[in-house]
Design a protein around this ligand. Structure first.
Ligand code: PGA
Length: 239
């Protein structure tokens, strides 16, 4: 299985900056033809232009969220079908920032993932524990339960990606030890046999090789470092 490197740009960037970043990633991928899959998840307003900019590079496109319904009166939301039409192959669901800001719980995340799969997208289902849960020694139980709850019933492992993102690691520069990552990923793979499990949380050029070198880690979901072309390309090279 090819490892997946996914850039989550969040709500960052301007149109020229976003295009330059996408073009830099596409140029790098065309040049080095990495063994990993590279997916960019820009803000939705840039999707169509970026889809054109990365054409025939092999770089893929993803949304940052989708609604659980196929369509309807949901002001401000984006459907999985619309993401698909804009050129996406993937969509992030259940990111901890959305769980925190919009009260998205596991049931909602599961419904979004199911809708994404229905529309032919691969949901990147995010799960991760807050700091206090890890301190209490409950990280594996907590994350395992979330993963079970968020993966729709009856789907095949190739239809989704799981991303283990410890909440306390996102955007902080702190990462779990490699042993902790191995333990969590092995646990998730036992619960969901065949599932690809990505790691996310403060992945950067300097730690990518160590994290991605673990056989239990099937890729990385990258936030801050995906906004700098050089850092992101270094992570792709590490994979
Ligand atoms: P980070 O974010 O790489 O900036 O820690 C990861 C994420 O939010 O997916």
């Amino acid at each position: 299985m090819r490892k997946a490197i996914i850039g989550n740009w969040k709500m960052h960037g301007t149109r020229p900056g976003a295009l330059a970043l996408a073009e830099a990633a596409a140029t790098h991928v065309r040049k080095v033809r990495p063994e990993c899959e590279v997916v960019l998840c820009p803000p939705a307003v840039f999707l169509y232009e970026i889809d054109a900019a990365i054409a025939s590079s092999g770089v893929k496109l993803g949304g940052q969220d989708c609604h659980a319904a196929a369509e309807g009166p949901f002001t401000g939301d984006i459907s999985a079908a619309q993401l698909k039409e804009a050129g996406c192959s993937h969509v992030i669901v259940g990111h901890s920032e959305r769980r925190a800001a919009y009260g998205e719980h596991n049931d909602a995340v599961r419904d979004k993932a199911a809708q994404a799969i229905t529309q032919g997208l691969i949901p990147i289902i995010c799960v991760g524990e807050p700091a206090e849960i890890r301190q209490q020694g409950q990280a594996e139980a907590f994350v395992g339960a979330a993963a079970r709850a968020c993966v729709p019933e009856g789907v095949m492992p190739v239809q989704f990606l799981l991303a283990y993102e410890p909440v306390w690691s996102i955007g902080t520069g702190n990462t779990p030890t490699l042993d902790d990552i191995i333990r969590m990923h092995a646990h998730l793979k036992t619960l969901l046999p065949g599932a690809a499990v990505l790691y996310g949380g403060s992945v950067k050029g300097s730690n990518a090789a160590a994290i991605l070198g673990l056989p239990e880690v099937d890729g990385a979901l990258v936030g801050g470092a995906s906004l700098k072309a050089e850092e992101f390309c270094a992570i792709v090279d590490a994979a």
